[in-house]
Write a protein that binds this ligand. Sequence first.
Ligand SMILES: Nc1ncnc2c1ncn2[C@@H]1O[C@H](COP(=O)(O)OP(=O)(O)OP(=O)(O)O)[C@@H](O)[C@H]1O
Ligand SMILES: O=P(O)(O)O[C@H]1[C@H](O)[C@H](O)[C@H](OP(=O)(O)O)[C@@H](OP(=O)(O)O)[C@@H]1O
Ligand SMILES: [Mg+2]
Length: 336
Amino acid sequence: MAKRRVGFCLSDKKRKRMNLTAFADLCGHRGIEVVEIDLCRPMASQGPFDVIVHKLSDVIVEAEHDSQSQHLLANFQEYVSTHPDTVLLDPLPAMTQLLDRFASYRIMNKLQNSLRDRCVCSPPYLEINTSDQSAIREAVERKQLTYPLICKTRVAHGSRSHEMSLIFSPAGLSDARLPCVLQSFVNHGAVLHKVFVVGEAHFTVERPSLKNFPLGPCDRKTIFFNSHEVSKPESCSHLTALDEKTPRLPPPSEDVMVALVRELRAELGMALFGVDVIVNIDTRTLTIIDINIFPGYEGVPQFFSSLLSHIESVLEHRGTVPPPRSPAALPHQAVL
Ligand SMILES: Nc1ncnc2c1ncn2[C@@H]1O[C@H](COP(=O)(O)OP(=O)(O)OP(=O)(O)O)[C@@H](O)[C@H]1O
Ligand SMILES: O=P(O)(O)O[C@H]1[C@H](O)[C@H](O)[C@H](OP(=O)(O)O)[C@@H](OP(=O)(O)O)[C@@H]1O
Ligand SMILES: [Mg+2]
């Protein structure tokens, strides 16, 4: 059998962190050649590719305002459109939508309807495009968001996207930088459950997380933080410290996680994604707070073998599996 060729298109940071060289060695033993794609050169001369694994978030976000990134993205899109037999992991439209928290939060909101009987929810949230403080306050009331609120940038990728804030009162709403989402903060005992999905497999890893805060508005200054100070394996800050009295909650039930991942796979039409889940300490409801494209899979030793299995499955079933659904039109969320 001719060698199957799998192209990878990753940022330098991600390629190094993933140790693509080691993955290429593993694939080599299974007759699969891993090729690092150089977007600065015509892709056609680097192909052909049976599968392309990519995370073009940097390029997509920068293409909004940078001509060089627009050229790189056009090079990629040109190849993809003229090589329909090449399987993308994952489809570009599906990944692009998750770079916008307005889109990903509509998906989380929609998901809770299909998983309502599973006690899965996502916190009430608002898309904020206006600096009109009275309109924002009114919308917080109308959509029944509860303080503290967590404020996250609309753009869900890149260093700026992890700059967040905790807002404790209506007076703090003026600290929200537009465009952003405001999401009700849910007390969850400073434990985050990161679910990493690779094709039909998923793995759950526990991570540090924001500590509990008194619910309801209070006269406290807005707290600004970076999510990577809070929920990386080594994160340890005054924001994640748990007091000893806080009882440790049981982990989410596996069959609920299986149902959640199944729904998300169908909704996203993706194979490589992460979903961040917390358990509400009061209601014990499993609460979805974030979806990530092609995350780091840190703490998942099975990542390489699962990725290789998925690629082999894709190669075996190529042409037989219906193309993934393109992002469905989502109910429009009240945008301020
Ligand atoms: N609604 C919420 N209620 C309670 N804690 C939250 C909520 N949303 C986020 N957090 C806390 O903030 C952290 C970062 O939130 P989120 O995952 O949305 O940010 P991110 O920058 O997209 O993270 P990632 O590293 O996954 O890309 C979470 O890990 C969790 O500790
Ligand atoms: O700890 P994880 O795997 O969640 O860290 C991810 C993080 O969730 C985001 O997905 C990052 O992507 P960006 O938001 O695009 O920065 C990942 O960075 P990457 O360079 O690995 O893609 C983190 O690994
Ligand atoms: Mg997250």
